[in-house]
Each structure stands twice: as structure tokens, then as C-alpha cells.
Design a protein around this ligand. Structure first.
Ligand code: TXA
Ligand code: MG
Length: 340
């Protein structure tokens, strides 16, 4: 299959192009599109055969459910059975935006979308292209990140092509995404609600709206202890990983680590964040310095990892940001990206 790539001006997306993408979706095809977090791989969410094609294109295990995207909160009624009071408050504050809510599903949602579970994940994205596509298609769109399963999420159209060229009908290229990491996922079917995936909306922001949120996203612990089924299958420990081996190290350990890799003649990439003091780095090391604030860092992280991943390196070292709650989402993605 040939993947048609359509460049779109995010500020004023071309109506004809959107109409064509909407036609492809309504006929059961796959269209990748930008959201404010990462690129999504979209299919008609109420068409079981279309949604099943997402799993085939990604090589995604059937037990990992999909997020259903809607143009606005009113549209959620099509897929959700009931709407608890905390959902109302969260939606008023954070939608459209990078917050996914897990709620009781309606029977209209095909089993393939929910992995046969009793719940469905829903989100109203803020990106103007995602918004325009949802409104033009006028159907709920199931969309995981537009990458092959376990690989790095895409924040640019070229990342999508690297992973899915020839496997999908269409790609809407709206330029780099701004958020850079996947949405926060919150399960509202439990008391208290549970954070399934940390993301751009922090626990503190959620708790300011709805009170206590349980932190069960200690993914590696759950998976190692063989908890089954996983509360959120995306909590698999190895996920979002580049092909090049990636190792996370604590601040201060870098000189020692770099020296031993260089002695072994390894080609190295090193990702760290801006901080005080000078860095003395051997010229053969591919150094990338990210912003020292969590949002700025997250916005660039995947693009930098994609770039280093195609640079023909043997090893990517990443200095871990501080172990504080504001860095929770970034540290979660880094741990999953690490091969060891
Ligand atoms: O930012 C995002 O959320 C992006 C953009 C495209 O919207 N999408 C995304 O989708 O990251 P995906 O499929 O890569 O991750 C969805 C996560 C997975 O961890 C999945 O297991 C979880 O949400 N999930 C989906 N439905 C669920 C459900 N009913 N119950 C629990 N977890 C669910
Ligand atoms: Mg994903």
C-alpha cells in the first residue's frame, strides 16, 4: 500500500485535505494525524474491522486497548455508559487537552477497541488538525500512538513514516507536536481514581480538582510481580524504546560511564539537561542537551531519541532528571526506553 502524505498548515488546515482524510476514515482506512502530545494512528472507533487494522499495522497485542478520541465532551456520550461527577470537573478544566479518562463503556464500542474490557479510554485532543479531523469525520476515532508496538512514539511526520510507511493509507503532516509525550491516563472507575500513566497533566493538577489520586503507575513493579491483567497494558516495562540500546544513569556518574564506553570503542550518544557548570565532553560523543524544565524537556525528548537512533550509534546514555513528582512522566518514559 502507498501511504499518501498530506502537509497541512496547522493554523488553517486545508478543508479538501481534511475531507479526503475523513472519507478514508469513514470507509475503514487508517489515517495518522498530529495531536498536541504525539502523532496518533486513527481508525473509525465504532467500526470493528477498521479498529482491528490498527492492531495489525502496529503489531500491537490484542490485549492493549485503544484511546477513543472525540471532538468535544458532548461526543463522549456515544461511547461512555456513565459520567461520574469528578469527570465533569476534570473535563471542564483540562479538555481539550492531554488527559485521557477511563470510564465504563457502552455496548456501541467494539470489543477490539476495549480489548474486551468493561471500560473505554476517552480523550478530546487540543491540536487544531486533530480537532478539525474529528469534526469533519464526525465519528469517534480510535488512535494509539502512530508507531510500531514497543517503539518510540512519533512527534513528527518523519517518525511516523519511519515506523508505518506502506502500512497505512494516509498521514497528515502538521509539523512537530508541542507536548512531546503521551497523555496522562486516569482511571475513574475506581475509588479513589487511579493514575495509570503519568503525563503532561500532573498528579498535583488532578488532585487540585478531584482530591486523592492513587499512584499505581509503578509499572515495572506491577509487571515484575506478574500482576495480571495489568491495570493498563501500556504499563508493560519495555515500551517507547529506541532500537539502539539506551541506558539511564544518575547525575555525576557520566564521566566514568563515558570513559569506559569510549575505551570499548563504542559510538555514544549522551542526552542530558541544561545545568550549571561546564561539561567537558570528548568530541566523538553525540551530546544533546535538553531544557531543564519538565515540559520543555518532554517536548523534545522523543525527537532527540529518534535522531540519535538513526545516527548509527552503539549506545545511548541518558542522565536521569531529579526523582521528584514534576519529572514523574519523563522518568517513566526514560525507564521504559532503557533496554536494561
Ligand atoms: O497522547 C496520547 O494519549 C496518544 C495520542 C495519539 O492521543 N495516544 C496514545 O495511545 O498514547 P497509546 O495506545 O499509545 O496508549 C494508550 C494507553 C495505553 O497504555 C493503554 O493500555 C491505555 O492507554 N488504555 C487504553 N484504554 C484503556 C482502558 N480501557 N483501560 C485502561 N487503560 C487503557
Ligand atoms: Mg503508544
Amino acid at each position: 500500500m502507498k501511504t499518501v502524505v498530506i502537509p497541512l498548515d496547522s493554523a488553517a488546515p486545508d478543508k479538501e485535505a481534511l475531507a479526503e482524510a475523513a472519507r478514508v476514515l469513514r470507509r475503514g482506512g487508517l489515517v495518522a494525524f498530529p495531536t498536541e502530545t504525539v502523532y496518533g494512528l486513527g481508525a473509525h472507533a465504532l467500526d470493528a474491522a477498521a479498529a482491528a487494522r490498527i492492531f495489525a499495522a502496529k503489531g500491537r497485542p490484542a490485549n492493549n486497548p485503544l484511546i477513543v478520541h472525540l471532538a468535544d465532551a458532548a461526543g463522549v456520550q456515544q461511547v461512555v455508559a456513565n459520567w461520574p461527577e469528578p469527570a465533569e470537573r476534570l473535563v471542564k478544566r483540562f479538555w481539550p487537552g492531554p488527559l485521557t479518562l477511563v470510564l465504563p463503556r457502552r455496548d456501541t464500542v467494539p470489543d477490539v477497541v476495549t480489548a474486551k474490557g468493561p471500560t473505554v479510554a476517552v480523550r478530546v485532543p487540543a491540536h487544531p488538525v486533530a480537532q478539525a479531523l474529528l469534526r469533519t469525520a464526525d465519528v469517534p476515532i480510535a488512535a494509539p500512538s502512530a508507531n510500531r508496538s514497543t517503539e518510540l512514539s512519533p512527534t513528527r511526520a518523519e517518525h511516523v513514516l519511519r515506523s508505518l510507511d506502506g502500512r497505512i493509507e494516509m498521514l497528515l503532516d502538521g509539523g512537530p507536536t508541542s507536548g512531546g509525550i503521551e497523555s496522562t491516563v486516569l482511571d475513574l472507575t475506581t475509588t479513589p481514581p487511579r493514575l495509570l500513566r503519568p503525563g503532561p497533566i500532573s498528579i498535583a493538577e488532578l488532585e487540585a480538582e478531584i482530591g486523592t489520586v492513587a499512584r499505581v503507575c509503578s509499572s515495572t513493579v506491577a509487571a515484575r510481580n506478574g500482576l495480571h491483567p495489568l491495570p493498563s497494558p501500556g504499563m508493560m516495562p519495555r515500551h517507547y524504546a529506541p532500537r539502539t540500546p539506551l541506558e539511564c544513569i544518575e547525575t555525576g556518574k557520566e564521566p566514568e560511564c563515558l570513559a569506559s564506553l569510549l575505551r570499548a570503542k563504542r559510538r555514544i550518544g549522551w542526552v542530558t539537561f541544561a545545568g550549571p557548570g561546564e561539561r567537558i565532553v570528548p568530541s566523538e560523543v553525540h551530546l544533546r542537551v535538553l531544557p531543564s524544565d519538565p515540559a520543555g524537556y518532554a517536548a523534545q525528548l522523543y525527537a532527540v531519541l529518534h535522531e540519535l537512533d538513526v545516527a548509527g550509534l552503539d549506545h545511548i546514555l541518558v542522565t536521569l532528571p531529579p526523582d521528584t513528582e514534576d519529572w514523574l512522566a519523563v522518568r517513566d518514559r526514560l525507564r521504559r526506553a532503557a533496554h536494561s
